[in-house]
Design a protein around this ligand. Structure first.
Ligand code: SF4
Length: 243
């Protein structure tokens, strides 16, 4: 897709609901050229349900960083059983993890933001880059209201970081919209949400939140909110709006 066309498609897709956006994207790119990337979080579970209802042949994958909570592995298995569909699991390359852990420490992410980002690079960004390198588009569960770093996201974007199109069908959704869909459609979800977790990533970098805290405040809670991305959804580097 010509990058200049993206602005036109932002206008077109901005008038459509989430399912219509997914139908358009699968039709435009072809089911073999587009994937759903799932962290097994609430939004991604909504998208899993939508994508399977629309086109069960679209691949769904998740990243196993090696530091996920047990509940996330349970969610993978429950989701596979519920939909009778295999979720592909992508792993980081062993040599990067060995090098990092041996140079610093197993829990290097608590030592500095720079080291936390090195860990996210090795465990998340590099394997994702490998996975996306042969594809034309990926579907993600970003919502604008999730974080300061996501307020400029659009329904369709050119992802500079991974060099393909990114589709965000839930971009305008609220947290309530997400949970209304999950309950109404009996979508399986990560049981950590029942323990006051609101955004779930790796076990050492995720904690439950208190009432009134921002939904992303349980992620890397020792950092400023402007820093709270793992490198998978870098807004600054993506073409998002016509200026
Ligand atoms: Fe490493 Fe934490 Fe990033 Fe997971 S979220 S890759 S453990 S720094």
């Amino acid at each position: 897709m010509n990058k200049n066309k993206i602005y036109d498609y932002q206008k077109l897709l901005g008038t459509k609901n989430s399912q219509e956006v997914i139908i358009w994207a699968i039709d435009y790119f072809g089911k073999k050229n587009i994937v759903l990337s799932s962290s097994m979080g609430a939004e991604d579970q909504v998208l899993t349900d939508m994508v399977i209802r629309i086109e069960p042949g679209v691949e769904i994958f998740t990243l196993d960083t090696g530091r996920l909570p047990e509940e996330t592995y349970n969610t993978i298995e429950e989701t596979e059983r519920h939909y009778n569909k295999k979720i592909e699991i992508i792993f980081p390359e062993r040599r990067y993890i060995e090098e990092l852990v041996n140079r610093y420490s197993p829990n290097l992410f608590y030592e500095s933001i720079a080291r936390r980002k090195l860990c996210c690079q090795a465990r998340k960004v590099k394997p994702l880059k490998r996975k996306l390198s042969s594809l034309k588009a990926w579907i993600c569960g970003l919502r604008r209201e999730q974080a300061l770093t996501r307020t400029g996201a659009e329904v369709i974007e050119w992802d500079e970081n991974f060099e393909l199109i990114k589709i965000n069908p839930l971009i305008k959704w609220t947290e309530k919209d997400t949970w209304d869909y999950i309950y109404k459609n009996r979508v399986p979800y990560n049981k950590l949400y029942d323990k006051n977790f609101s955004s779930i990533g790796c076990e050492p970098c995720t904690r439950a939140i208190k009432n009134g805290e921002n939904t992303r405040s349980g992620r890397w809670w020792w950092e400023d909110s402007e820093q709270k991305e793992c490198g998978l959804h870098l807004q600054k580097s993506s073409v998002t709006k016509r200026t």
